[in-house]
Design a protein around this ligand. Structure first.
Ligand SMILES: [Zn+2]
Length: 319
């Protein structure tokens, strides 16, 4: 019996290419970055749900392969502070469903449910301090249950304040998940301004810097979503996130367009595909030089760096 079949072995080697070690990953800060998009953290696993166990495994896989969490706002500011050889990754959570952040009531106090996304993230960060603790929550302050601010009304404000106190970000996802393509200018602007206003009821003065488009649909004019003012309340979004599109360009590259940031849905198939893709295509993966003040690019690629870099950053070409 011929037990080994060379073409199959070759295919397997291609599919399961080992992750290059940090020392084997030369800095390339023009590489692409994954912005992962989670919806429910709940049972059963499905198109819009990741189970708690699978979410924990996602974090494990990312960590093992040298990915480290960065805050989306830091990425927008070009402030990428991860060790040399590591790759930044951004986590986003849409729709403020209960499994993302749940409190368990104990006598006189509350505890974070260890099976909710926030509980899982915090435990993982305690066990892997170098992974970081960052994510952006695109909440719905005016949605029907169960999507209104994680579905425990008595704790809604406490949760938002807790998230911000831990360095997480709150993003705009409209007041109640309005499909912005379906409405005129006044409604679009009111959805965005009112979402911010209702977030500010719990977080005075908080201004979400980024918007995740419900269903990925842009309004007829993108400018309506970028900045505006309704009844004296102004909003401004420095980035607009889509629901798909794959890995995002480096924030240092000419191809970076913060108003059309692609994301990838955090499904088993997508995550496995992209982790494998970057194992096989190391040259496309953002690899940090470990110094947040320099932008290290492969030799000859200085021209690919975008023009409007923050003035504090210096470009370095590597051999
Ligand atoms: Zn949504």
């Amino acid at each position: 019996m011929r037990s080994l079949h060379p073409p199959i072995l070759a295919a397997c080697a291609l599919l399961f290419a080992p992750t290059p070690s940090a020392a084997q990953r030369p800095a390339n800060e023009l590489g692409r970055i994954m912005i992962l998009e989670y919806h429910k953290i709940d049972h059963p696993e499905g198109r819009w749900s990741r189970t708690p166990a699978n979410f924990r495994r996602d974090l494990e896989r990312l960590w093992e392969k040298g990915y480290r969490l960065v805050a989306l706002n830091d990425l927008l500011d070009g402030r990428i502070d991860v060790p040399a050889g590591a790759t930044p990754v951004v986590l986003t959570f849409d729709d403020s469903s209960p499994g993302q952040f749940r409190y368990i009531e104990k006598t006189g106090t509350v505890e974070i449910d260890p099976e909710s996304a926030v509980g899982i993230l915090e435990r993982f960060a305690r066990e892997h301090p170098d992974f970081g603790l960052k994510a952006t929550f695109y909440v719905l302050p005016g949605a029907d249950p169960p999507n209104r601010l994680f579905n425990q009304p008595a704790h809604a404000g406490r949760k938002l304040r807790y998230l911000v106190s831990r360095g997480f970000e709150i993003g705009n996802h409209t007041l109640w998940h309005a499909d912005l393509a379906r409405y005129g200018e006044e409604t679009v602007r009111r959805q965005l301004a009112t979402a911010q206003e209702w977030i500010q009821r719990h977080l005075p003065g908080y201004r979400p810097r980024t918007l995740a488009l419900p269903m990925g649909n842009y309004p007829r004019e993108i400018g309506w979503a970028v900045r505006g003012s309704v009844n004296g309340l102004s909003y401004e979004h420095h980035a607009i996130l889509r629901v798909s599109g794959g890995a995002a360009p480096s924030p240092f590259s000419g191809g970076f367009d913060p108003l059309r940031l692609p994301r990838m849905q955090a499904l088993e198939s997508e995550i496995s595909y992209w982790l494998g893709y970057f194992d096989r295509n190391l040259s496309e993966r953002f690899v940090s030089d470990g110094d947040p003040l320099t932008v290290t690019v492969p030799k000859g690629q200085r021209e690919a760096v975008r023009n409007a870099l923050p003035p504090s950053l210096r470009i370095v070409e590597r051999d």
